[in-house]
Write a protein that binds this ligand. Structure first.
Ligand SMILES: C[S@@+](CC[C@H](N)C(=O)[O-])C[C@H]1O[C@@H](n2cnc3c(N)ncnc32)[C@H](O)[C@@H]1O
Length: 312
């Protein structure tokens, strides 16, 4: 079977929005080529083990390539013109850079290779290493491994917003904590919380593809007894209180449910929130404080911010 590779050249700021557009028009997986990510991974003691320096030549010298793979079937031209229209609409809201779209035809075998070749085992925090399900990997004795196949859900674990969240969870979680993960995607944050000592984790997502992916990943990692994955719209209908409320969703979505997050956080508990682009930091911080939280810490990676807010 022939597949088409669609490549959009964009900015780091617009990666998630462009990835979403590609998913919406029917892409079967997205590959992100960002030279800054590549250089960071190379610098983090995996040099030569996992990343091959010659791969760097395939990355754009500036900006980011978001690549997606779709069957080269009859309605491909409609899909492409829809995508281009949506990219132009996005341009009115966000700095998307050139937004240039290029197309290449590839064989299925190459597609499988292209989709997975950049997704390798990555140590994402002191204790946790994410390993793609299809990779053979022998962990070090102190390494705690999360096996992941995100499929079409967001959450390879290696996006800065996810890494910030997992590092904060590792820092603040206490043995026996009860955790809720809003917008679980592949389930990566919930699995991390379970592996780091949570007594229970409730994982919610609006998207049925994410719910299915999270359920599979939870089972693969043997934490099905601890993590309950359900469909849910933010914290609507959720009752009870949690030691940790975690959410890696865009700032504009976080702003919608800060008050609900406060209500669902135990006294002395924390709301760990990520997915906040730098320019939205003040707005989210102010809204957290207005809801009654104290800002305990703000972590930054590239253009992204995670805020750890405490309920006194
Ligand atoms: C940026 S991804 C984060 C995935 C994963 N938690 C991680 O950290 O990598 C955001 C997720 O939030 C979900 N989402 C968006 N709006 C939502 C809503 N209103 N209620 C629940 N989930 C939502 C999306 O479907 C997506 O899976």
């Amino acid at each position: 079977m022939k597949w088409s590779e669609i490549c959009v050249h964009t900015t780091q700021l617009a990666v998630e929005a462009v990835s979403n557009l590609l998913h919406e028009v029917g892409a079967q997986g997205v590959v992100i080529e960002d030279v800054e990510d590549f250089d960071r991974m190379m610098a983090e003691d995996h040099f030569g083990e996992i990343w091959d320096v010659s791969d760097r030549e395939t990355y754009p010298t500036s900006g980011v390539h978001v690549k997606a793979y779709v069957p080269a079937s009859g309605d491909f031209q409609d899909l492409l013109s829809n995508l281009k229209k949506e990219i132009e609409r996005l341009r009115t809201m966000l700095d998307i850079g050139s937004g240039d779209v290029t197309v290449a035809e590839i064989d299925e075998e190459d597609w499988a290779h292209s989709w997975k070749q950049y997704y390798k085992p990555v140590k994402i925090s002191q204790q946790l290493t994410i390993v793609p399900l299809w990779e053979e990997y022998t962990p070090q004795p102190e390494e705690n491994v999360i096996l992941l196949d995100p499929g079409m859900a967001f959450g390879t674990g290696t996006h800065p917003t996810t890494m910030l969240c997992i590092q904060a969870i590792e820092n603040y979680i206490r043995e026996g904590d009860h955790v809720i993960d809003v917008g679980t995607g592949s389930g990566v944050l919930s699995i991390a919380a379970a592996k780091l000592g949570a007594a229970s984790v409730k994982a919610l997502d609006l998207d049925s593809v994410a719910v299915e992916s999270a359920r599979q990943n939870v089972e693969t990692n043997g934490v099905g007894e601890l993590v309950q994955v359900d469909t849910g719209d933010l914290l609507k209908g959720v009752e009870g209180e949690y030691d940790l409320v975690v959410a890696n969703i865009l700032a504009d979505v976080i702003l919608l449910f800060i008050e609900d997050a406060y209500a669902r956080t135990k006294s002395g508990g924390r709301f760990i929130t990520s997915g906040i682009i730098g320019e939205k930091r003040a707005e989210v911080t102010n809204a957290l404080v207005a809801a009654g939280f104290e800002i305990e810490e703000t972590r930054v990676m590239e253009d992204w911010v995670a805020i750890i807010a405490k309920k006194g």
